[in-house]
Each structure stands twice: as structure tokens, then as C-alpha cells.
Design a protein around this ligand. Structure first.
Ligand SMILES: [Ca+2]
Ligand SMILES: [Ca+2]
Length: 421
């Protein structure tokens, strides 16, 4: 039986212990280390999930198990620094710690994953004023639960190696819902192990497996996009040679798969580009680790296969911009020129001497899936002059009213971008 003592419980305990005290306990680190190891083994090896929503533990929670979705905390964010095209407005939609991937139910419940955190959240705008009012913790103690997807009333959550299904989730938001295991058959490597997940037009759940390294050849399952049936059966590899995609979507008309890919590191500030890719069919190879950006031979592996044997990106993005979530704009609120064009959340570089990314970009495409250009749509989370960063976009989602939500795992909020000329 899995212990009530989940990783999150231990983290909470560590948070309340005074830092000085932890330092003074250094001599007993062996015992703490062993205890930590034991706890990790207990909660990771058992395919049961310790759900510690904790709704009954605190006076902070309302009777329905919810927390306020917006507090004073986000009011200090310098939203006036965000540059948008004329007529666009950005506001805070909800506060969510380490807000990562987004998934929306047809009735308007927004589910939000974590990467550095261990939780999955739900938020709702109950009075339709375009700001969320209520927030629920769906689960705690998960291992990088970055991926969330919604289908037929059920919430799917991806950890590094496992996928869980929370049945009939909207009737159980504040009730510590118990999930069922969909699969535990994915590798447990944490390097590029956090997952974006989404249901395709074929009703299957798409799950990427990032390369377990910066640059390497590896077992067949790595550097791929896979898909499974909603019950976990029937795993297939859909695309190969994909280093680390943390965002994919389907064209609203052609229903074909589009995805971002994060380029390798340690080839300098300006190489290679990150990528926007389009998969015309299943079974294609997109180049990694042999070829980057369509034409750049990898210094170590490039001699093995020529760039001409791989699918080229539709658009090379900035080097190290870290493109994550992307969506076609399918609403009607934004001007006509944005319809069916691609918005990309660029999380921002981590090892470039001058930072790049930290913005929302737009790639315009024609009806033959060719890029017509790559431009900045929203910027200002990075101050170029001081190199200071106050926010990092992760995922984008088009709401039924045509507004666009953007998650930010650094400022711990979800923004709503609307058009009010
Ligand atoms: Ca509201
Ligand atoms: Ca590629």
C-alpha cells in the first residue's frame, strides 16, 4: 500500500523546517537521505497514486474544496511591459504555481499541469467575467505531471513514465479523485522525460518520448512521438528523430500533426535553430540526432546519414528559444489575418550568452503547409537590456470565445489575451 507520505508531504515538511536547522542537521543527512530514498521508492514503484489534494486539511479551502483562483499575488506582475500588436490586451486569468500544459473541457474547466511542481490543477471562471474564480488541486505527489488532456469527461495526466485517468473529473473536482492507471510502460528517464500529451483527431492519446540526453543515439522508443488507445493498449511510434517536443497540435482543416522541437545544446549561441515541424504522414524521421534545422549536420553523428534523408522543418525558429506549446488560431475574436495561423510559446533560452525567446511568436503558413514568415506576437517577459526575466510562456490555448490563454511557469499565472480594438 502506498504511504500517505508522498513526495509532496516531505517537500512541505522541508519547507516548514527552518533553513538553519536543516544545515545543522547535516550530520544526520544519511538518515534523511535514506528516508527520502525509501519514500521515493514507495511512491514511485507502486502503481498506486497517493492523492493528497488536502481539501479537508485547511481553512483556506471553500466548502466545494476550491481555493481562490486570483489573489493579490499576481497584481504586482508588470503586465504593462508586454508588447502586443495594436488592439490586443493581456490580463491575468488565474494564478497557478508552475503553470505548464493546458487542457480545456467543453464546459470550461481548465486543467493545468506542473513540471517543477508535483500537482495538477483545475480552474473555472464561474461568473463568465473572463477571470477564473475557483481553483482545485486535483492531485499531488506526481513525478513531473506536465501533460494533461481531456476526453469524454475524463482527465488524463502524464508523469514521466506513467499516464493516469481521472474518470468523470468535473463531478469530482474537490473530492480527492482517485485515478486509474492507463500505462506505466514509458521510460523513467527524467532527462527530457516530462511529457506534453494530447488527443488526436483519431481519438488516440499522443505521447512524446524525449531524447535521454543532449545528443545521442538511443533505444528506439526515445526521440519519438508515440500514440496509444485511451485504455493504454496499442502503442505505436508516429514520428522519429524528434529530440524533445513539448507541444503538438493538429491543423483544424487538414487534421495533420504539427509540432515544435527543441534543438540540441553545446553547438554555440546561434546553432542549431529550434524547429516547427509538420508530419504529412506517420512514420517519418525528423533528423535528430543526425541533422538539425534541415541542413546542419551534427558534428558527432552527422556523418552517419545525410540531411537529405530526413524531413525538413516547416520553419526554423530562433536558436535555443525553447518552443513549447503551439496552437492554430481557430477563433474569430482576433482579426482575420490570424485565422488558422500558428501561435508558439517560446519558453526562452537557458544557456545562451544573450537570452532569446520568452515570448509568443507567430508562424504564418499557406495552404500547402509552407511558412510565410516567423514573427513576434507578444514579448516583454525578458528585458533585453538588463537580461532580467519575469515570465516564461509554456502553453497556449484558444478559448471558445476566441481569446488565447497562455501559461507561465515562472510568474505562476495563466494570462488571457483578447482583442478589443
Ligand atoms: Ca470569474
Ligand atoms: Ca529536426
Amino acid at each position: 500500500m502506498a504511504s500517505r507520505w508522498s513526495i509532496s508531504s516531505l517537500k512541505s515538511l522541508m519547507n516548514v523546517l527552518p533553513f538553519r536547522k536543516i544545515k545543522s542537521m547535516k550530520s544526520s543527512c544519511g538518515i534523511w537521505g535514506f528516508a527520502l530514498l525509501l519514500l521515493m521508492c514507495t511512491s514511485r514503484n507502486a502503481d498506486t497514486l497517493t492523492v493528497t489534494g488536502g481539501q479537508s486539511d485547511s481553512a483556506l479551502f471553500a466548502a466545494d474544496g476550491s481555493l481562490p483562483a486570483i489573489t493579490e499575488v499576481s497584481k504586482v506582475l508588470p503586465l504593462e511591459k508586454i508588447k502586443l500588436p495594436p488592439g490586443f490586451v493581456i490580463e491575468v486569468y488565474a494564478e497557478v504555481d508552475n503553470a505548464r500544459s493546458l487542457a480545456l473541457s467543453p464546459s470550461g474547466t481548465l486543467f493545468v499541469g506542473n513540471r517543477n511542481g508535483d500537482k495538477v490543477y483545475a480552474v473555472r471562471d464561474e461568473d463568465n467575467d473572463n477571470k477564473a474564480d475557483k481553483k482545485w488541486i486535483i492531485a499531488s505527489g506526481l513525478n513531473m505531471p506536465n501533460g494533461v488532456a481531456f476526453k469524454d469527461g475524463d482527465l488524463f495526466v502524464a508523469e514521466v513514465s506513467r499516464v493516469w485517468r481521472f474518470k468523470n473529473i468535473e463531478a469530482n473536482l474537490g473530492k480527492n479523485p482517485k485515478p486509474v492507471l492507463v500505462t506505466n510502460a514509458y521510460p523513467d528517464k527524467t532527462h527530457h522525460g516530462w511529457k506534453y500529451i494530447a488527443f488526436g483527431p483519431d481519438g488516440k492519446l499522443y505521447i512524446p518520448v524525449g531524447a535521454p540526453c543532449n545528443i545521442c543515439e538511443s533505444d528506439e522508443i526515445f526521440a519519438t512521438i508515440t500514440r496509444i488507445n485511451p485504455d493504454g493498449t496499442g502503442r505505436e511510434i508516429v514520428a522519429r528523430g524528434v529530440r524533445n517536443t513539448v507541444g503538438f497540435t493538429w491543423h483544424p482543416v487538414t487534421r495533420q500533426l504539427w509540432f515544435t522541437d527543441n534543438g540540441r545544446d553545446m553547438m554555440g549561441d546561434d546553432l542549431p535553430p529550434c524547429e516547427l515541424n509538420f508530419a504529412a504522414r506517420d512514420g517519418l524521421h525528423f533528423g535528430y540526432p543526425y541533422c538539425h534545422g534541415g541542413t546542419i549536420k551534427d558534428p558527432e553523428f552527422g556523418h552517419k546519414q545525410p540531411c537529405s534523408s530526413f524531413v525538413q522543418p516547416v520553419q526554423n525558429l530562433g536558436p535555443h528559444v525553447a518552443p513549447l506549446g503551439l496552437k492554430f488560431y481557430t477563433g474569430t475574436l482576433f482579426p482575420e489575418q490570424y485565422r488558422n495561423q500558428i501561435f508558439i510559446a517560446e519558453h526562452g533560452s537557458w544557456n545562451r550568452s544573450k537570452k532569446i525567446g520568452y515570448r509568443i511568436t507567430l508562424v504564418r503558413i499557406d495552404d500547402r503547409n509552407r511558412s510565410l514568415g516567423y514573427e513576434v506576437f507578444a514579448s516583454g517577459w525578458l528585458d533585453d537590456a538588463t537580461q532580467k526575466v519575469w515570465g516564461r510562456p509554456v502553453d497556449v490555448l484558444v478559448m471558445p470565445d476566441g481569446a488565447m490563454l497562455v501559461s507561465d511557469d515562472h510568474a505562476n499565472v495563466i494570462y488571457r489575451i483578447s482583442y478589443r480594438p
